[in-house]
Ligand binder design. Structure first.
Ligand code: ATP
Ligand code: MG
Length: 298
């Protein structure tokens, strides 16, 4: 069921939701989220946003019901394995990995228990929301185990006597610590990704996807880059540019009154650290400005 408008699935509420909406807005997609609507029509582009639970996004893509989706790799892989086991289609195209939603899927056990490796999990019961990923990891390790499927509060399972260990998402580790657990194995590193359904796209849709991807690249690159401006003694120009990250081709401008100094402008691929600014200052540089960049296109 192909629609004229490009359908993009995003998480309605949760850890990926704000960043996905921000990214789309920065790409110039205009939309107004009011009430509890499932489908939101964008005002300035032929795009419909589908606001759903993240669990549903991989399936919507794999069934070809939506065109693009933002999803955590953990969820994507779990659903993919689950569907493959049921002989349901599980294909998709990875368009790009994003710079948010970072976490890891880890096995954790009671902090006072000894641990020498995966073989210590032999015969244990592991509470998790990701049984397929745990199964894949454990069979790679040649360890047999049983699961306890929980969709929430996984971290309390050992204390509640429901399981011997857990396998859950971790970012800082604070939740594990608060529950008297220690992380013993990382089974997957995950980030948010943008995926596309398989199959054909109309020429218009394909062009729109490419435009969005170019803009996304510009937004992500801009976030990592800085515009740097400073004044430097002409004689130190080489030493000054050598200190600036990514300064292969800076713009050098004369100053109207001081002929012994020049203005240097450049786009740097990284932030400028205080230490570097202090070194620049020591070389005689002044008026050093580091500015954020909103958008860029090469
Ligand atoms: P939904 O109601 O949409 O099903 P959820 O409760 O399943 O939401 P969230 O907790 O919002 O999911 O997490 C969504 C995704 O965010 C995770 O699948 C993961 O990819 C990512 N994520 C990043 N950091 C963390 C973290 N510390 N804990 C859990 N998920 C994280
Ligand atoms: Mg979910």
């Amino acid at each position: 069921m192909q629609t004229q408008r490009l359908r993009i699935a995003i998480q309605k509420k949760g850890r990926l939701s704000t960043e996905c909406k921000d990214l789309l807005k920065r790409c110039g997609v205009k939309f107004n989220l009011i009430g509890e609507r499932l489908v939101v029509h964008c005002e300035n582009m032929p795009i419909d946003l589908l606001l759903v639970r993240d669990d549903d996004i991989p399936g919507l893509i794999m069934d070809g019901v939506v065109d693009l989706g933002f999803i955590g790799e953990n969820e994507l892989e779990e659903v993919g394995l689950e569907r493959a086991a049921r002989n349901e289609p599980s294909n998709y195209t990875m368009l790009r990995r994003l710079d948010f939603g970072g976490c890891r899927l880890s096995i954790a056990i009671d902090k006072d228990e000894a641990y020498n490796g995966p073989q210590d999990l032999q015969g244990k019961r592991i509470a998790t929301t990701y049984p397929q990923l745990v199964k894949r990891y454990m069979s790679e390790q040649g360890v047999t185990f049983s699961t306890c499927m929980l969709n929430g509060s996984v971290e309390v399972a050992p204390r509640a006597g429901l399981a011997d260990a857990i396998c859950d998402l971790v970012s800082t580790g604070a939740t594990l610590e608060a529950n008297g657990l220690k992380e013993v194995e990382v089974i997957l590193q995950s980030k948010a990704v943008l995926i596309q359904r398989s199959g054909d796209f109309s020429a218009d849709k394909q062009a729109l996807i490419e435009r969005l991807l170019t803009r996304m690249q510009g937004v992500i690159q801009a976030k990592e880059s800085k515009y740097i401006m400073l004044h430097a003694p002409t004689e130190c120009l080489e030493q000054v540019t050598a200190l600036l990250p990514g300064a292969e081709d800076p713009t050098v401008l004369p100053l109207s009154h001081d002929k012994s100094r020049v203005a240097v402008h450049l786009v740097s691929s990284e932030n400028l650290f205080w230490e570097t600014m202090e070194q620049l200052k020591a070389l005689g540089a002044s008026s050093i400005l580091v500015l954020p960049i909103e958008k860029m296109m090469e």
